[in-house]
Each structure stands twice: as structure tokens, then as C-alpha cells.
Design a protein around this ligand. Structure first.
Ligand code: SF4
Ligand code: SF4
Length: 253
């Protein structure tokens, strides 16, 4: 069947999707620019004049798909990463071009994690191709099922470095966490007690989220459904001298 797209939470979804059916199956940009902000590189970058912001630079952009060639220049020119490329495929999957400015940069054929608007885990996705842009806002095209396509808005490319340290205080590596998950420690609290993650002085400021991301990827459970474990205040090392001096103060009273 023909595939449509929901533009969730977008007050101008109707304006953008008018005559939308005609362009189903063609590569085209989807603009999710929700705020009236003084910005218009989408308009000025399009070589075909397909996007209009207009005289008032605070206007929300409107796209005319009849003029669009699907070149993707607008998506790499938007400073807010509010434009992504979209295409419904014959096999029922969708191709989505995600603007991506981070490292490591994924390569064709690699699998990445597809994420929703709030960073939540959606599915694993194969990278179809990557297009580099001189301004380093590159496009990573991923292939996802039609069911997930409306919600995918970002990707997570995990470092392949298994020796990378996740918990700096206790020196726990990515590899150790993956191994523990495979052994059956599939809850943050279990991992914490087993590997001492987040038990160091920082109280889990960095490692908690990183561990939850690994746990989400390895188990397929969305990160928001995982328990973040117990939070404790950061510990500060105290010298015996400081304690002794404190006792002196008490004695004087
Ligand atoms: S994809 Fe290319 S042609 Fe289409 S609106 Fe963007 S810049 Fe213009
Ligand atoms: S360039 Fe991006 S953020 Fe700026 S108006 Fe266009 S879509 Fe919105």
C-alpha cells in the first residue's frame, strides 16, 4: 500500500502534507521546524526555490514539493538539524537521511541505533549510504521499517572500541559491561553491584547513562523503560586530619 507520514506535534503538518500523496515514493525533505525563529538558510540554500520563508524571517518554512529535486542541500544547511530526507521504498521499508554531525561516522552497511524525538531507542537500522557535506552537517541514510519511520529522528553510532572506559572511577570498560549483560545481569542495579559501576566518587554522573545506553542496545529494551538505579550524592575523600581537627573543635565547646 501507499505510505503516508505523520508529522507528530507539528502545527503546520497540514500545510506541509497538502498534495503529499503525489510525492510518496520520491526522495524529499521533511521539515520539522516548529518555532517562529529568525532563520532562513533552508530557503536561501535550495537551488530550486522550493522552500519559502518569506520577507518576515520569523515565518515558518513552507515547501513546494513540485519544485524539489531531492538533492538534500537544505537538510545539510539547516543549523537546527530540523530537516531530514525521507523516501518510501517499494519493499515496504523507508529510507531516512538523518543530518549527523558527530563522530564516529558510520559507514555503508553498518548497523546503528535508530532513536526517536526524545532519544528513545526505536530499532536497529542499516546504513544505506552517507553523503558528506563541506560544512560537516552530513547525511546518514538509514533503512527502517515503515512502522518505525514516522518516529525516527536521530541515530546513535556506538563506538566499536570495546576497551573504552565507561565508569572512570571504577575503571569498567564497554567490554566488561557487555560480558556481564550476556551473563544475565540485565538490570542497572545488578550491573552496579556486580561491576561497581557508579559506586565511585562521582556517584554515576557519567557512567550511569552510558551504561543504560549499552544495556538498551544489548537487550533491545527502550532506555526509558530501564530502571536508572539508585542515585547517591557524590562522595568526597576526607583526610583523618580533617576528622581529628573536627573532633578538637567539638572538645573545645
Ligand atoms: S532537497 Fe534540494 S531541491 Fe528539495 S527543497 Fe531541499 S534543497 Fe531544495
Ligand atoms: S534553516 Fe532549519 S531552523 Fe532555519 S528556518 Fe529553515 S528549517 Fe527552520
Amino acid at each position: 500500500g501507499r505510505l503516508g507520514i505523520r508529522v507528530k506535534g507539528s502545527p503546520f503538518a497540514k500545510r506541509q502534507t497538502s498534495g503529499f500523496d503525489k510525492y510518496v515514493g520520491k526522495l524529499r525533505p521533511i521539515i520539522e521546524c516548529l518555532e517562529a525563529i529568525p532563520c532562513n538558510p533552508c530557503e536561501t540554500s535550495c537551488p530550486f526555490g522550493a522552500i519559502t520563508v518569506g520577507k518576515n524571517i520569523n515565518n515558518i518554512p513552507v515547501i513546494d514539493y513540485s519544485k524539489c529535486s531531492g538533492c538534500g542541500i537544505c537538510a545539510t544547511s539547516c543549523p537546527g538539524l530540523a530537516i531530514f530526507m525521507f523516501k518510501e521504498n517499494e519493499d515496504g521499508t523507508c529510507s531516512i537521511g538523518i543530518p549527523y554531525e558527530f563522530l564516529p561516522f558510520p559507514s555503508k552497511g553498518e548497523y546503528v541505533t535508530a532513536r526517536g524525538r526524545n532519544g528513545e531507542f526505536l530499532c536497529s537500522a542499516r546504513v544505506e549510504r552517507v553523503t558528506r557535506s563541506p560544512n560537516n552537517t552530513n547525511l546518514v541514510y538509514i533503512n527502517v521499517s515503515a512502522g518505525a519511520a514516522s518516529d525516527v529522528r536521530s541515530i546513535l553510532v556506538t563506538s566499536e572500541d570495546a576497551k573504552a572506559i565507561v565508569c572512570r572511577c571504577e575503571e569498567v570498560s564497554v567490554d566488561q559491561i557487555r560480558k556481564a549483560i550476556k551473563e544475565g545481569y540485565t538490570d542497572f542495579e545488578e550491573l552496579r553491584r556486580y561491576l561497581r559501576i557508579s559506586m565511585g566518587p562521582c556517584g554515576g554522573r557519567t557512567c550511569r547513562l552510558n551504561t543504560l545506553m549499552i544495556l538498551s542496545k544489548e537487550t533491545g529494551i527502550p532506555i526509558e523503560k530501564l530502571s536508572p538505579g539508585i542515585f547517591r550524592p557524590p562522595a568526597v575523600p576526607v583526610s583523618f586530619r580533617a576528622i581529628a581537627e573536627s573532633r578538637d573543635d567539638d572538645c573545645e565547646e
